[in-house]
Write a protein that binds this ligand. Structure first.
Ligand code: NAD
Length: 445
């Protein structure tokens, strides 16, 4: 079974629990549009190379399609469909007026010069521009795509449609219509979810109350998302003990100053910028990516790619909490194993939703010609993430109601069984209720 098939199997399982109309589940089981393009790009040596890319538009019942564009040599349609599906669920969990989409180009960007990368981006936009637009489908950054690439997308699209259209894409540089706070938004959202989850778990005595300086964190992936969360955890006093990237991982070596050995995150960020990898950083030992996932730590944060925790290694995970900053790092089979083992998973559709939330704020500012301060953005982000977290938690634990009494309640679920739901099941439950409402309201048949 490929990733998309197992996601859809899971959709029907949770849809049954939520008593979602089968018509809604059937409609969500396939993307609305798949744009599959092959396009020529001029290389520095004057030769033309042909590239292959996708834009998958999964669902737009709640608003325009929304989702990043990934540049990676292993991109395939199954992956892009899965990522687009998760965007639909994520935007519904956060109650953002967007649907789900995603794009991908099969390319190893590290093999291209900057000019070639720009040519490739502009050629991809020319190939898909009729399908995107500020009210239609709004791309954003993902793996290996940057604010500069988003600027090229906005510029090329604007030329093609004959008017300045910054709202066609989010994650732009601030001076080109990007939002303050977008750069750190995915990490900030994830950190907010982590703090809320730890608070709930310690409140409910499921885990003993712990001081932050005794909470150890391991992070797989040290790109955009991974670096952001590492900095926030470090600043708040958590012990970041291990990180990794595509070249391998590092584990802090014990030192007399610290009860738990920890990495100097600030220096590590600079080291990665200079050397291109975390490997070789001082006072560390090398570990593999597989070893990092199985470390004895409190919090494990996958922040790289999909399908990292599978039925093969789920039984070996020692972390008490997994915060999914990456999309789809835990397979559905592994999810079942982690549930049985009592490991708490903050699901991707909530944990990494900070990025799309501030993307929505950016789009909103572009459309309304507004400029929000960084504080405004961060405060609104925290409010949105905390609200979504509380609603998910209330569905997962109907007996442990949270939030202020004046807040609207999360959709009630019938006591299906004595078991609590996982946060992923509860997040899907919430998203399906909202998607079903939109479907019924607008009769999208
Ligand atoms: P990025 O390209 O900035 O960083 C990816 C990191 O993962 C790099 O450090 C890379 O070396 C590492 N990596 C790649 N393959 C690896 C492997 N096999 N093992 C270990 N590490 C590996 O990308 P990003 O934007 O940080 O995205 C990372 C994840 O977060 C993706 O799943 C993405 O979909 C998700 N995400 C990102 C955002 C965002 O705003 N950037 C928002 C939501 C979700």
């Amino acid at each position: 079974m490929n990733t998309y098939e197992s996601i859809i199997k899971n959709l029907y399982r949770i849809g049954k629990m939520a008593e979602t109309d089968k018509k809604v589940l059937d409609a969500l089981s396939e993307p609305k549009n798949i744009i599959d393009v092959v396009f020529p790009v001029k290389m520095d040596d004057g030769k033309i190379r042909i590239f292959h890319g996708y834009r998958v538009q999964h669902n737009n019942w709640r608003g325009p399609y929304k989702g990043g564009i990934r540049y990676h040599q292993n991109v395939d349609l199954d992956e892009v469909k899965s990522l687009a599906f998760w965007m639909t669920i994520k935007c519904a969990v956060l109650d953002i007026p967007f649907g789900g989409g995603k794009g991908g180009v099969l390319v190893n960007p590290k093999e291209l010069s900057k000019k070639e990368l720009e040519n490739l981006t502009r050629a991809f936009v020319r190939a898909i521009h009729k399908s995107i637009g500020p009210e239609k489908d709004i791309p954003a950054p993902d793996v290996n795509t940057t604010p500069e690439i988003m600027d090229w997308i906005a510029d090329e699209y604007s030329k093609l449609v004959g008017k300045d259209s910054p709202a066609v894409v989010t994650g732009k540089p601030v001076e080109k219509g990007g939002s303050l706070g977008r750069g750190g938004a995915t990490g900030a959202g994830g950190f907010c979810v982590l703090e809320n989850l730890i608070k709930k778990l310690t409140e409910t005595t499921e885990t003993k109350s712990r001081k932050r300086d005794l909470v150890s964190v391991a992070i797989q992936g040290f790109g955009n998302a991974g670096q952001q969360i590492a900095k926030l955890c470090d600043k708040a006093g958590y012990q970041v003990i291990a990180v990794s990237d595509s070249k391998g991982g590092i584990l802090a070596i014990s030192n007399p100053e610290s009860r738990i050995p920890k990495l100097n995150v600030e220096d590590l960020v600079k080291y990665k910028q200079q050397s291109g990898s975390v490997v070789g950083f001082s006072k560390t030992e090398n570990i593999t990516n597989a070893e990092l996932l199985e470390l004895d730590c409190d919090v494990l944060i996958p922040a790289a790619l999909e399908n990292q925790i599978t039925e093969e290694n789920a039984n070996k995970i020692k972390a008490k909490v997994i915060l999914e900053l990456a999309n789809g790092p835990v397979t559905p089979e592994a999810d079942g194993i982690l549930k049985n083992r009592g490991i708490h998973v903050a699901p991707d559709v909530l944990a990494n939703a900070g990025g799309v939330t501030v993307s929505y704020f950016e789009w909103y500012q572009n459309i309304h010609n507004e400029r929000w301060t960084e504080k405004e953005v961060n405060d609104k982000l925290k409010e949105k993430i905390t609200d979504a977290f509380n609603k998910v938690w209330e569905i997962a634990r109907p007996d442990a109601r949270s939030g202020s009494p004046s807040e609207p309640e999360a959709p009630r679920r019938k006591p299906l069984c004595s078991e609590n739901l996982t946060c992923r099941e509860a997040a899907y439950f919430l998203a399906l209720k909202r998607l079903e409402e939109s479907y019924l309201l607008f009769r999208w048949d």
